[in-house]
Write a protein that binds this ligand. Structure first.
Ligand code: ZN
Ligand code: ZN
Length: 475
């Protein structure tokens, strides 16, 4: 690539910026759509006459297109390079050099019919393949991957030019410049590495973005997602990492967090994520649970489904059983996971949207003695009813106030021990169980406190089961 006006570089620079900052899916959509859009946008401007000036030569639009001998001869006359000859001549089974030699055999005068100028179809872009591939290999050399996607960004005017000439003189099954360039890069990578890399067009492990103008190579290591279920055996651990309230995670000289930047040293996210991050040599993690429990609530039963996202992992082929063991060993007494399975990003939305019932056990203290029979009857009466729950005070600074209807599916195992009461409950997703008991100053109706006519102080709450088995049996 040698030809570009300052205005073009500026424009392309902007495009590159957008392109490299786009999310993966939109970036790949850009590759696929770009040529089509450009063709549409420029049709008017380009189909304006029969004569086309290129480097001072007038091209004869009346010659028949490739793969006719006249068409190929025309391509050679305008200075088409061997790479482009192969992609537009309709003889892809032959190399560019073979196609050229065949044409020279037919008409020896062709050989001296053109000056060795820039190929009008690629501006000698293919000369840069070696250089580009060298840069790519340097950047992916220390990475683990099983799939790679290559994307290339080319100046719009070059794509237009190439497309114009090809659509008039090339064979109907010509390969577009971008595809051809990507293929050349892929072949060269395989050749240089002596491998057979699985190049994909979707969901790669490694996304390589090449700027055809500056030859800049950016490598984007795509995240890995693992699905699992965690049990939380402690009442002192939040689900996700909490920045220190005093220093907002800014570490320096903070007495409150002793420089850790964390409000709680442990979190489910880090107890699972940190061993993964170290093993996979990754930058960071992000944790997506199927709902969450309060810090002081245990998560028992078969655990809570989650997806953990490992960002920018340099390794991605870990020994899973070993990592699971390590996680459970480090987190003994705090959390436990059953296993970890590789999954896709789409599962995050799926578990976030889950509306599974949940079962709990709650224990609380009443302010006055009440007869056992009355207690059992009052609490049993709540089984099967629908609650009106206003957003609890403890979360109302985060969520808009509204009244929600939530169904209590079943209450059982009511135990009474002096002024302490305990029961098990299955409720619809999103039911606030502590509020059901203490009433949250009347914001939950009805409530255990209201039914008993006394104040209830929560002692503890456990989640016993998340009933997602029907919904997520495929996971
Ligand atoms: Zn070319
Ligand atoms: Zn702090």
């Amino acid at each position: 690539m040698t030809k570009s006006s300052p205005k073009d570089s500026e424009k392309e620079g902007d495009d590159w910026h957008q392109f490299s900052n786009a999310g993966y899916s939109s970036a790949s959509a850009d590759f696929d759509n770009e040529e089509i859009t450009e063709q549409q946008n420029t049709e008017e401007e380009w189909f304006d006459g029969d004569d086309f000036e290129f480097e001072g030569k007038t091209i004869d639009w009346n010659s028949p297109p490739c793969p006719t001998p006249l068409g190929i001869a025309h391509m050679i006359k305008i200075g088409t390079c061997n790479h482009c000859l192969q992609r537009v001549s309709g003889k892809r089974e032959m190399s560019g050099a073979q196609i050229r030699n065949e044409a020279y055999t037919r008409d020896i005068s062709l050989e001296s019919s053109f000056d060795e100028l820039l190929c009008p179809l690629c501006e000698n872009l293919f000369d840069d393949v070696d250089n580009i591939v060298e840069r790519i290999i340097e950047k992916i050399d220390n990475l683990e991957y099983s799939t790679i996607q290559i994307g290339i960004h080319l100046p719009k005017d070059l794509i237009q030019e190439s497309h114009e000439i090809t659509s008039r003189h090339g064979a109907s099954q010509s390969m577009p410049l971008k595809n051809s360039m990507v293929l050349a890069i892929q072949n060269k990578i395989n050749h240089n590495l002596g491998t057979d890399i699985n190049f994909v067009k979707d969901r790669p492990d490694i996304m390589v973005l090449v700027d055809g103008l500056t030859l800049r190579v950016d490598v984007d290591i795509r995240p890995i997602y693992f699905y699992g279920r965690y049990k939380k055996l402690s009442r002192e651990i939040p689900q996700t990492r909490w920045p220190c309230r005093a220093c907002k995670g800014r570490y320096n000289d903070c007495e409150s967090c002793q420089g850790t930047g964390l409000q709680y040293i442990d979190s489910v996210q880090d107890l699972i994520g940190e061993p993964l991050r170290h093993t996979l040599n990754a930058k960071d993690t992000s944790f997506h649970g199927m709902g969450r429990e309060d810090i002081d609530v245990r998560m028992l039963g078969t655990g809570r489904p989650f997806v953990i996202e490992i960002k920018k992992p340099m390794n991605r082929l870990p020994e899973m059983a070993e990592i699971v063991n390590e996680i459970n060993k480090n987190a003994a007494g705090k959390i436990e996971i059953d296993n970890l399975k590789k999954t896709e990003r789409s599962l995050i939305a799926q578990i976030k949207n889950s509306r599974s019932d949940k079962s709990y056990t709650i224990r609380f203290k009443i302010s006055e003695k009440i007869e056992e029979e009355i207690i059992i009857k009052s609490i049993s009466d709540l089984s099967g009813i629908e609650l009106d729950q206003e957003t609890p005070r403890r979360v109302s600074h985060r969520r808009a106030d509204k009244i929600r209807k939530r169904k209590i599916i079943e209450i059982n195992n009511i135990l009474i021990d002096g002024n302490e009461i305990q029961f098990s409950i299955r409720a619809e997703a999103g039911t606030y169980i502590k509020e059901l008991v203490h009433s949250d100053e009347g914001r939950t109706k009805p409530s255990v406190s209201e039914k008993l006519g006394v104040e209830c102080e929560i002692l503890w709450l456990d989640v016993n089961q998340i009933h997602d088995d029907e919904e997520n049996k495929d996971n």
